[in-house]
Design a protein around this ligand. Structure first.
Ligand code: BTN
Length: 269
């Protein structure tokens, strides 16, 4: 079947009924509409197109695999079958930044991995979820000025041997960490319920509890890190994250510096 939505032609574009999904996931908003594509270029692009056509808040676009999955900083995102590749549409009332939503998405994944699989999951600012020093999930928050599109990628049932060169020493999956296959749709529901809970709090203007949880699971909080930003490196201690998802460092000079973007380079993670 071929259908077209907002100019994107997709294969096997299927929409499932709203009630089924919210009930299945145990969510209030996420799953208002769910689109599933066996294969597409990037769920992120489709979710953006749907948002520009005013799809309801809570719309989810899921893919079995991406032909051109998108990561942060225009990197590609390896997304073969066996992962959760999902883009979520939100219309926050206030001034929620994509950065804090990204961190909240990483928190939802980390908490799920901790609670469901007893994995020592940590958040690495600005968007990574790590287990034992390797990346198990990544989150991509983007805004079109009205909608926030949050893409969540989780390596669920991927075997270590299948990661391509360049990723095999940095990535991991739930299967690799636990030794058993996980139920992707159960896992998705667990992540979505936590994530929308964080979203509701932050959208009410109450980000403190969420920030506290992010801090507790952060792999960089209190650590000395080197931040790469705009071609320069800054070394300092991580003091805090603010309600916009920016990170505050106290540099060796004693000066405090706030970064909205950047790359943390460190050997321990
Ligand atoms: C990163 O760590 O660089 C962010 C990765 C985000 C991957 C997800 S998978 C679902 C959504 N669709 C995409 O093409 N990318 C995001």
């Amino acid at each position: 079947m071929k259908e077209s939505t907002a100019g994107i032609v997709c294969e096997s574009f299927r929409m499932s009924s709203a009630c089924d999904f919210k009930k299945k996931f145990g969510t209030k908003v996420l799953g208002a509409r769910v689109y599933y594509l066996e294969e597409t270029f990037s769920t992120q692009d489709i979710a953006k197109q749907l948002a520009s056509g005013k799809t309801p808040e809570g719309t989810i676009v899921l893919a079995g695999t991406h032909k051109k999955g998108k990561g942060r900083r225009n990197k590609s995102w390896y997304s073969p079958p066996g992962g959760i590749w999902a883009s979520l549409v939100f219309y926050p009332g206030g001034s929620l930044s994509p950065r804090i939503m990204t961190l909240a998405g990483a928190l939802a994944v980390a908490k799920t991995l901790e609670k469901v699989f007893c994995l020592p999951a940590r958040i690495k600012w600005p968007n990574d979820c790590m287990v034992n020093g390797r990346k198990v999930a990544g989150v991509l928050g983007e805004s079109d000025g009205v909608a926030l599109i949050v893409g969540i990628g989780v390596n669920v049932n991927l075997r270590m041997a299948q990661f391509p060169e360049g990723l095999s020493d940095r990535a991991t999956s739930i299967l690799a960490e636990t030794g058993s296959e996980a139920d992707e749709s159960f896992l998705l529901g667990e992540v979505l319920r936590r994530f929308e809970g964080y979203y509701f709090k932050m959208n009410k203007g109450e980000p403190q509890e969420v920030l506290q949880e992010i801090t507790l699971l952060s792999s960089v909080h209190g650590k000395i890190v080197t931040m790469e930003y705009m071609g320069r490196e800054y070394t300092g201690t991580v003091l805090d994250f603010d309600s916009e998802g920016a990170i505050i460092l106290r540099l060796d000079s004693g000066v405090q510096m706030r970064f909205e973007n950047g790359e943390i380079k460190c050997s321990w993670q």
